[in-house]
Design a binder for this molecule. Sequence first.
Ligand code: RIB
Ligand code: CA
Length: 326
Amino acid sequence: MDRRKILLDADVGIDDAIAMLHLAGRSDVELLAVGSVHGNIPADLAAVNARHLLELCGLDDVPVAYGARQPMAQPLATAEWVHGEDGLGNTNQPAPKRGPVAEDAVSQILRLTREMPGEIDLLAVGPLTNLGLALCLDPELAGRVRSVVVMGGAIAHEGNASATAEANIWHDPEAANLVFGAEWPVTMVGLDVTQVTRLRTKELAEIEAIGSVRSKFALKVLSHYLDVYQRTFGTRECPLHDPLAAGIVADPTYMTEWLDRAVEVNTTGPTRGATIIDRRAWMAPAADARETRERNGGKDATPPLVRVPMKVDGPRFVADLIASLK
Ligand code: RIB
Ligand code: CA
């Protein structure tokens, strides 16, 4: 089987951890390396959490690199109230056996994509600071990457970090504009699909029935996350932001409806961090415009087209997620 080679960039909090468990349990992906980034928690703690997750999954040899400790143009802000002081729902996990590598996350992205041009899929489930910095250091990076899947943004859905902004984009809007403006095939998995793809009572019971090390860990860290979302939804269920993006990088057919549009991130005023696309029907590009552009090498005067899923096959994805915890 042709396994997707994935380079993960993450602010390893609770849903990032579930995404890592899912990747580790899929036979169609190979996790090459992980880079940490600020966001849910400080970047250095996210790196420690990534190491812990890899060791839990028997992926001890996958390297973890420290990434950006702050956004490009705004102060650091973290979200321990959602993810716990340790980023893993205050579950007091043991220290990992190994530490992160000496190479930083941006250098790791540049080096691995030079060693394996055209083979790597970048999966970014935190703020886009590392990817933005990597593009600034080496604009040719875009041409060496097979695809980029970002968990972030919101089109028709309201924001979760502000009225209009999704958290990962809100944490570093300048970096997000660099990523959406580069000539590489980006899929933006936003709140329109992640907020409605959820674990509910039935699925939580299915995970409990598995009884594996990974399923037990998942339920333990999810407890805090479910407490937080119970206050929002009124019921004990939670969205699957990062896990869905991880699923889509492995199997894009989870997406059933999408828009291919230029994405611009607003960087001023109260809607800073909002992701804006032109949804007017008469402005829609041809259905195959994104593929044509890729074939032509993007020598176009117009901004790149980002794929934005608006509907996914949620039940199939959730079933696969549960199966991956066995
Ligand atoms: O908005 C959801 C995103 O913000 C997820 O990546 C979550 O982990 C947080 O980083
Ligand atoms: Ca995340």
